[in-house]
Design a protein around this ligand. Sequence first.
Ligand SMILES: Cc1ncc(COP(=O)(O)O)c(C=O)c1O
Length: 420
Amino acid sequence: MALQRQLLKKALGEAKTKIGGSHFCHRPSLCCSFSTLPSSGADHEAALPLLPPFGYEPKPYNGPRGDEVFQKRKKFLGPSLFHYYQNPLNIVEGKMQYLFDENGRRYLDAFAGIVTVSCGHCHPEVLNAIMEQSKLLQHATTIYLHHAIADFAEALASKMPGNLKVVYFVNSGTEANELAMLMARLYSGSLDMISLRNAYHGGSSNTIGLTALNTWKYPIPQGDIHHVVNPDPYHGIFGSDAKSYVKDVQDHIDYGTSGKVAGFISETIQGVGGAVELAPGYLKLVYDIVRKAGGVCIADEVQTGFGRTGSHYWGFETQGVIPDIVTMAKGIGNGLPLGAVVTTPEIASVLAQKIQFNTFGGNPVCSAGGLAVLRVIDKEKRQVHCADVGSHLLGRLRDLQQRYESNYPLNSMSLEFSLL
Ligand SMILES: Cc1ncc(COP(=O)(O)O)c(C=O)c1O
């Protein structure tokens, strides 16, 4: 990833000096974080290429300035918050792929709101669905009937393969993984969970155990979690040899558990860990041995779902498997606080033994917005867009790779995934 970024930077720098000005960006979505202003006086800014024209004027901003917001945030919000840039941006408006700061300056949001904005900021159809529902009824829990949650669940289930037809709605990816782990443990009758090294599955007391990056882990009990060798085809100790990585999983089951496990969870492309794909064929082999050990297989699609790989709607499809439980968040809501767990009727039924309730899970506004997101992703062919932009950038990076004789692996799926 770091090298991909470096190469991209070099490409952009070279193209800038060769082509210059606004002609540089022949595709709006490829021009990240360049100035929209001709010059603000600083030399380095004057040398930056311009963003292509965009027929939208941000509203005049009269709110508090960045300095004031920053001071207030430091005083009243937790010290664990971090920010990007030495002088953090005060973002006050968003429109499709662009963000605007307090001075009306436009930025390409190549980060897509930390891989969350799947249709574009303030997409009109998503906004309209949210506003119309808000005017009628903002809040109702599942103790009453409301069509929005049922319609959304039906639409989401229609996107899933096999018998993955039952949906639980939650508010975030962490919560989705919490619920998935709970179901795996109840269904299997075992506690041991297996996750990959370098994984990120959330920061709550339980999911912090699944997460396997020390930068995100506090020294608290981590639960009964076994972190197996990461099947990273490029930097992993067994290269792309899926069978050797799977042997490590079997060893953990044989030597670190009773022989029975609750489940296995993995991202299909590790996101927080640096856009790392899994060795080809890995999930198929792992799912087999985990199921033999009585466990369920969970795909964390928080980052990879909703067409972001370009080639498939779900990341797990790239490995030719059907999980027993799929967790999702981020792109599902285009910015709404929304997450979901989809599983089979059999596994879902384990939560009927006790009261299972989530005040905001399936909230009518989030459900109406989420349904609109699904429709927009299809209508506007966002998955094809990801494939298109990813392939274009990959081609440019490959040119650079040849020119600079770099042998760093450039991988199409993770690039598309990282650049939506
Ligand atoms: C793969 C993955 N799973 C789970 C999460 C946690 O999601 P949330 O931040 O919505 O709790 C994240 C967040 O980045 C993630 O990338």
